[in-house]
Ligand binder design. Structure first.
Ligand SMILES: [Zn+2]
Length: 199
């Protein structure tokens, strides 16, 4: 529709989650009209993310360096691992200040429709973290929707022979929702009142 560079920008923006063709066009023209210093800061932020941000080699949370801030913190309880779908869920749970253990970021949830099976998630890496007996409780904090529930059930069955305490945040989380959208108080309470998963 537009020529060369402008259309390329619109196409790239349109690939971002939640950005439809109309928004992509609006953002593109906003950038075209913006001060070059503003655009420069955006470019610098994108470049830094690409060059410096990686996934933690232990928990797969986003990290600057080998390990994330939480895995590097010796005050965090190594006996507790909270399993989440994405790094944004770590942020949501951290905001509640209810959880003092560590995390494991799966990178999504089991979803046959989207072609995501257990092998596409960091489940093997999670199992490897459970072998030395340090971890005594696994909190399955996947999203309270169909995929999240299926993933939690799958993991609970998988780790059952290891004799861990397996729990799931319970009360008050909006069913069918996304963990990151739960408010701090609700999510905090859901953690406190986590229930044992019996499979
Ligand atoms: Zn980490």
């Amino acid at each position: 529709m537009y020529e060369g560079a402008v259309q390329d920008l619109i196409d790239e923006l349109g690939r971002l989650p939640g950005v439809g063709p109309k928004s992509a066009q609006r953002i593109a023209f906003h950038l075209l009209a913006a001060e070059s210093a503003d655009v420069g800061r955006l470019i610098a932020a994108l470049t830094r993310v690409q060059e410096e941000v990686r996934f933690c080699t232990t928990c797969y949370n986003v990290a600057e360096g080998e390990q994330c801030r939480i895995c590097r913190d010796p005050r965090r309880d190594p006996a507790l691992i909270c399993v989440v779908e994405e790094s944004k869920d770590v942020v949501a749970i951290e905001r509640t200040r209810e959880f003092r253990g560590r995390y494991h970021v799966l990178g999504g949830a089991i979803s046959p429709i989207d072609g995501v099976g257990p092998d596409e998630l960091r489940i093997r890496e999670l199992m490897a973290r459970l072998t030395d007996g340090t971890v005594t409780e696994l909190i399955l904090a996947t999203d309270p929707n169909l995929e999240g529930e299926a993933t939690a059930a799958y993991l609970a069955r998988l780790v059952k022979p290891m004799g861990l305490r397996v729990t799931r945040p319970a009360s008050g989380l909006p069913v069918g929702g996304d963990l990151e959208y739960a408010d701090e108080v609700t999510l905090g309470r859901a953690f406190e009142g986590r229930r044992l998963l019996d499979v």
